[in-house]
Design a protein around this ligand. Structure first.
Ligand SMILES: [Zn+2]
Length: 595
């Protein structure tokens, strides 16, 4: 249960429209009374994601996730509940100061401390870089790489000195425990239990999340102090730093990405900073990790157009190209820039200026042409076997394109280039298996549980109570919570019965924490009942549920009777059971005749 005043939640829900909030993240199409989209939480080609403006909820019939506007934000932005409330309250223009209570969730407070530790560490490294005499070589290195003082400040670059415990001592003085130092990744623990700095003799690049908070560091060794360590040392993954979700620099660049409607993907920190400083600001650095669905979703909120700067050598090219498959599957429009051998964006901008870089970007080829170019270099298109090889490689890419028009035009182009009839390519395309390299995990946890055991009548009854409050008071009179078989429905009904005032279904959602229950409620809420005579359905459902409950009791009594008869003796008990048995039979008859 939340510790945020209910009034606040209700105010927020009243002022905001879930349709507006959701459509600021994903495009919604009107479908009758509701809105539809492809679900952002599982991979699909046809939309099973419904947003209901009447009920102010969303639900996906594909993966089962659902809930109110708060749940949507929590899931989409990966926020904790209070964070989502805060963001929506701001949007709604509602002021509230969150009370700090002891029962705030553990995860919440750990993340908070980890952010603090990283922030303090960044301040420490920044201070060393600017003030410490041993950082002279680092300052020289950075200015030699063309970094302006403004960039050093903006990207909060720092330096970790040679000392083994400089940062550790600093953070201990700030009251950070050794356990947290290690947990945050800025320190390590030796086998003797000694805690020491992870980064030494390195230029420090803080890694930001897309909201601009520091979540980790990349430390680059300086040639002059090189003692044989790796070129880069990075923070390990922690509660707040996940590589699969982090894109370096996006907090600085997202508004420019949105404005220019494309995003240039580079690799390293300096590949980001140098062009950014030169005025090419719609960038993001992948830090060498392959694109994950989380990365793609993050970028997709701002643009669907990507330009990848490719610096793989010949050997690494095809693997690198294959790592772009998820982008195609997600419908991103991908173009590729191939810089001259030996250059990366950093050195390219220093050599050719921002205009030179931007010219190369204008000349970027789309992924299809780029890949075809590579294959034509490698295989001879007049040798049948090699021609087949080219076709096979290209078709595996084409297969992943979901847009039929784009697909058709690629087929046509491939057909012309290697001189093979389109029909033959289409036949081959059928045979291409979609690789499993990028199979999304479905959230199966949402698909199990509640719905299996609940009878249709129980669900229907609950839907009716959500639809019209008069059925809640009728329900209170005619059927008790215990008569419901499904534990979830029992719980929700109990809540409805006990609520002091009539509660809007959507408010119930904000009180539920269990995602399964949330999903269950939202599925009931979006389902179009399509009933004309609701009163009759209500009566039918009540009768059916009661009938089932009685039937179950009868079965149980029959078992008791058998047992008591075997024990032979307790005639009084047996007599009582029979009496009860006949009463139940009579009751059952009433329900059955009512049908
Ligand atoms: Zn879904």
């Amino acid at each position: 249960m939340s510790r945020i005043p209910e009034q606040i939640l209700e105010d927020i829900q009243q002022r905001l429209d879930i349709v507006e909030i959701v459509s600021s993240y994903i495009p919604l199409k009107r479908a009758g009374r509701n809105f539809k989209a492809c679900c952002p939480f599982h991979h699909e080609k046809t939309g099973s994601f419904i947003v209901s403006p009447d009920k102010q909820i969303f639900h996906c019939f594909g993966c089962g996730v659902g809930g109110d506007v708060f749940s949507f934000l929590m899931k989409y932005e990966r926020m904790e509940f209070p964070e989502a409330v805060k963001m929506l309250a701001d949007k709604a223009g509602i002021d509230f100061v969150q009370e700090k209570t002891k029962d705030s969730s553990q995860v919440d407070s750990v993340s908070k401390v980890l952010y603090e530790v990283n922030e303090l560490a960044a301040l420490y490294f920044q201070h060393i870089l600017v003030k410490d005499s041993q950082a002279g070589i680092a300052r020289k290195y950075l200015s030699g790489r063309g970094l302006t003082p403004e960039s050093i400040k903006r990207f909060r670059l720092g330096f970790a000195g040679a000392q083994w415990d400089g940062l550790v001592l600093f953070l201990r003085k700030k009251g950070i425990s050794d356990a947290l130092l290690v947990r945050s990744g800025v320190a390590l623990k030796s086998s003797q239990g000694k805690v020491y700095d992870r980064f030494r003799n390195r230029v420090m690049f803080p890694i930001f999340n897309h909201r601009g908070k520091i979540i980790g560091f990349g430390g680059r060794i300086l040639e002059s102090t090189d003692t044989g360590g790796p070129k880069y040392v990075n923070s390990p993954e922690t509660e707040i730093y996940k590589k699969s979700k982090t894109l370096y620099g996006f907090n600085f660049s997202k508004e420019f990405v949105s404005k220019q409607n494309y995003c240039v993907v580079v690799e390293g920190y300096l590949d980001f900073i140098i062009p950014f400083q030169a005025g090419m600001k719609n960038l993001v650095a992948s830090s060498g990790t392959a694109f994950t669905i989380d990365h793609i979703r993050l970028i997709k909120r701002y643009t669907s157009n990507l330009v990848i700067v490719f610096d793989a050598d010949d050997a690494g090219r095809e693997a690198a190209l294959r790592s772009l498959d998820p982008l195609i599957e997600e419908g991103m429009n991908v173009r590729i820039v191939n810089l001259e051998p030996g250059f990366d964006p950093d050195s390219w901008v220093r050599a050719k200026g921002a205009e030179g870089f931007s010219r190369s970007i204008d000349a970027a080829k789309n992924l299809f042409d780029f890949k075809l170019g590579l294959l034509l270099d490698r295989f001879k298109r007049d040798v049948p076997e090699e021609k087949a090889q080219i076709a096979h490689e290209m078709l595996s890419t084409i297969k992943k394109v979901s847009n039929a028009v784009i697909r058709a035009s690629y087929i046509k182009k491939l057909s012309e280039t290697i001189n093979v009839p389109e029909e033959a390519l289409l036949a081959e395309l059928q045979k291409v298996k979609v690789s499993v390299a990028y199979e999304r995990k479905r959230d199966d946890s949402y698909n199990q549980g509640v719905t299996n055991v609940s009878s249709a009548a129980e669900k229907m009854l609950l839907s009716l109570m959500f639809e019209n409050e008069k059925f809640i008071s009728q329900g209170k009179e005619s059927i008790s919570c215990d008569e419901f078989k499904d534990p979830t429905i029992k719980k929700i009904t109990k809540y409805l019965y006990e609520a002091k005032e009539a509660t809007a279904p959507v408010t119930i959602l904000s009180k539920v924490n269990d995602p399964e229950v949330k999903s269950f409620i939202s599925s009931l809420l979006v389902a179009d009942l399509g009933i004309n005579d609701q009163q009759k359905s209500f009566d039918d459902c009540v009768r059916k549920i009661k009938k089932d409950a009685v039937k179950m009791q009868i079965t149980m009594i029959q078992k008791d009777i058998n047992r008591a008869a075997q024990d032979d003796g307790d005639t009084e008990k047996l007599h009582g059971l029979y009496k009860r048995f006949h009463l139940l039979k009579k009751e059952l008859k009433i329900y059955e005749e009512g049908n």
